[in-house]
Each structure stands twice: as structure tokens, then as C-alpha cells.
Design a binder for this molecule. Structure first.
Ligand SMILES: NC(=O)c1ccc[n+]([C@@H]2O[C@H](COP(=O)([O-])OP(=O)(O)OC[C@H]3O[C@@H](n4cnc5c(N)ncnc54)[C@H](O)[C@@H]3O)[C@@H](O)[C@H]2O)c1
Length: 340
């Protein structure tokens, strides 16, 4: 049984907690949040842009207002960090130094330097660090990966990823809307596609981005359009969180190869379809669900088997932050950035 301590019981922490409660091989033994109501026995649900919101029953858990106290008092195997992004590095280092494996929400950290500190801390502690890049585990994106790797789409000619959300209103003290703390939509929302594109196609030769608001003028980047240059094709991603409240959250992709086109949107019916150049459109067999359950089940298994999480290495999660920062440079300089 993997003993978990969870810090940050906002939108994402509540999702993780409910998932742990359903897992046979996990005991969520302790929770921590600085807001007292969030760790009351019956904690009200927060809700976000995806997933189900339910009241939390925390009556079986040790409940803490202070993270260091939770680390000091509890005997844990795994610490799950679901706090605002600017706290990821410091909390990860403390949890690793206290002898725990760590799962930390994406983005890995606010800066590349912080990511490096986290990687060094995991190596020094001899503990595993897993960044919850859930899109790599999202069923439709897993299907796309197997279609690309299995050659079903042929040679890739073009790829486009989208992620569009009304402005998130749930974050505690409004930290998401503070660029210094969250990195804006660029680092918080768009990084999902950046990380997935890296996992599918590797680091591009160059990136070019434009945004609706310019970083450095006190406004978060609200909407970004990026083009990633590969040897044989270009890939693009656009996304942001300035869509009307009446517009349903959307994520999706179109990937065109020499043999077929794969199209997915959470707002399509069916959500995922493959259109071959020869033959009828079809939807591959897959288990619907969310990447949240799949990523946590995967890392818990890694902890049980003492096997490093190869599906998302800390270095690969750092690369996603690095590419987002290059996009930020491109936005500021209004120029293409070459990736080394
Ligand atoms: N994977 C995804 O799809 C996804 C979706 C949303 C958020 N996230 C990520 O999850 C993280 C949290 O985002 P959220 O939307 O849940 O934010 P949130 O504001 O809803 O929740 C953060 C929680 O952390 C608590 N907190 C803040 N400082 C603390 C401290 N020092 N000690 C203990 N608790 C503290 C807050 O009180 C709050 O309850 C962010 O890094 C975000 O990028 C990931």
C-alpha cells in the first residue's frame, strides 16, 4: 500500500484526492492546505474546467495547515504537490529531502532554473520525481501516439493542437491571473500541448510565437499562437483562456500524414476519428477516461516497483518549461527562436 500525503486541496488537489480514494493500492493518509475550510472533514468542492466536482470526505485523513508539519509528522511513501506553480520547486525539494517520492503538478516550475534544482534534489535524495503531464496519459492522445508510432498515419505532414478555455475563476487568491506566480496561459494551459508535442515529435529546430498580451507589461499572456519547425513539417499550437464563458472548454488536434488524418476534439461526436486516404473513417478502440487517473496509477506502480517513471522524466518536463520560455522570448522579440 502506497501512503500518500497531498498538499494543495484546490481544483487539482481535489481531483487527485478523489482518484486516490478509488485506488486499491493507495492510502491517502494526510492532506494539507493553508485554507482551513479546504481541510475540514467535509470540504466543499472547487471545480475547474474539466472533470467532476464533488464534496470531499476527509474524515479518515490527518489534516494539516502547515506542509512542513505534515512532512515531519507523517510516515509517507509519496508526496503529491498540487499547490500554485511558484511553490512547486520549494515544496518538491522539501518533500524529497524528507525521504519521499514526489508527484508534482505541471508545469514543473515557474523557471528552468527551478526545474534544475528539483532534478538535483531528486538525484541527491535518491527518490523519484514525476511531473503530472496528464495529456501524455489522456486516452485520445495515447491513441494518437500509437497511430503515429505505428505508422498508421504515414509520414507526418502537418499537425495542429488547440486548447481553449474561458478565463479560469477558481484559483485561490487569484494566483493564476498573476503572471509572476503562474506564467499566464502560456505556462499554465498551453504547456499541456507543448509537452505533448515534445513527447511525440521531439524538440523542434525552432519556434515562433505571437501572443495577445505581451509579457512584461503587467498582463499575463492570455492567448498564444505558436509554430514549431521540424525537418519535414511544421506543427502549430494555439490556445488561451480568454474565450467567452458560454464557450465550452476545448482541447483537440488534427494530425495529417501521408496515409490518414487524425482528428480529435472534446466537443466533437465522436470525439476522435481517423480519416484514411484509402477506406472509410473509423474510431480506434480505446478506453475513454481522463489522463488524471492514468498518470497517478502509472506513477504509483512505479513507486511500488521502485522503477523510474520513463513516460515522463524530470528532464523531459523541464524541456517543456524550456520550450515555453523560448516561446516567451519569441513573443517579446517578435522573432523566431532557434532551439539548441
Ligand atoms: N493537470 C491539469 O490539467 C491541471 C489543471 C489545473 C491546475 N493544474 C496545476 O495544479 C496546480 C494547482 O492548480 P489549481 O487549479 O488546483 O489551483 P487552486 O488555487 O485551485 O489550488 C491550490 C491550492 O493550494 C493551496 N495552497 C497555496 N499555498 C499553500 C501552502 N503554502 N501550503 C498548502 N497549501 C497551499 C491553496 O489554498 C489552494 O487550495 C497548478 O500548478 C496548476 O498549474 C493542473
Amino acid at each position: 500500500m502506497v501512503r500518500v500525503g497531498l498538499v494543495g486541496l484546490g481544483f487539482m488537489g481535489q481531483q487527485h484526492f478523489q482518484i486516490y480514494k478509488q485506488m486499491d493500492n493507495v492510502e491517502p493518509v494526510a492532506v494539507c492546505d493553508v485554507i482551513p475550510e479546504r481541510i475540514s472533514e467535509k470540504a466543499e468542492s472547487i471545480g475547474g474546467n474539466i472533470g467532476e466536482a464533488e464534496e470531499l470526505d476527509l474524515s479518515d485523513q490527518a489534516r494539516y495547515l502547515c506542509f512542513d508539519e505534515m512532512l515531519a509528522n507523517e510516515s509517507l511513501d509519496l508526496v503529491d504537490i498540487c499547490t500554485p506553480t511558484h511553490l512547486h520547486a520549494e515544496m518538491t525539494v522539501s518533500a524529497l529531502e524528507a525521504g519521499n517520492h514526489v508527484v508534482c503538478e505541471k508545469p514543473m516550475a515557474r523557471t528552468v532554473t527551478q526545474c534544475e534544482t528539483m532534478i538535483d534534489a531528486a538525484e541527491s535524495a535518491g527518490k523519484m520525481l514525476f511531473i503530472a503531464q496528464c495529456i501524455r496519459f489522456w486516452p485520445e492522445y495515447e491513441v494518437l501516439q500509437s497511430l503515429v508510432e505505428g505508422g498508421d498515419l504515414g509520414d507526418i505532414r502537418a499537425a495542429r493542437f488547440v486548447r481553449k478555455s474561458p478565463t479560469p475563476g477558481w484559483s485561490s487568491s487569484g494566483w493564476l491571473m498573476d503572471t509572476e506566480l503562474s506564467g499566464g496561459a502560456l505556462l499554465d494551459l498551453h504547456i499541456h500541448d507543448v509537452d505533448y508535442i515534445l513527447s511525440l515529435f521531439g524538440m523542434p529546430n525552432a519556434v515562433s510565437s505571437r501572443a495577445m498580451n505581451i509579457v512584461g507589461e503587467g498582463e499575463p499572456v492570455d492567448h498564444v499562437e505558436s509554430v514549431y519547425y521540424y525537418n519535414d513539417f511544421v506543427c502549430s499550437a494555439h490556445g488561451g483562456w480568454v474565450y467567452p464563458d458560454s464557450y465550452p472548454f476545448e482541447m483537440g488536434f488534427e494530425v495529417l500524414g501521408t496515409r490518414a488524418l487524425a482528428v480529435f476534439s472534446v466537443n466533437n461526436d465522436p470525439m476522435l476519428q481517423v480519416f484514411p486516404f484509402s477506406g472509410d473513417p473509423y474510431t480506434p478502440d480505446y478506453e475513454p477516461g481522463t489522463g488524471y487517473e492514468n498518470e497517478l496509477a502509472y506513477f504509483v506502480e512505479c513507486v511500488e516497483e521502485n522503477r523510474p517513471p520513463e513516460r515522463v522524466t524530470p528532464k523531459s518536463a523541464k524541456d517543456a518549461v524550456r520550450l515555453v520560455m523560448a516561446e516567451r522570448d519569441s513573443i517579446e522579440r517578435r522573432d523566431k527562436v532557434i532551439m539548441g
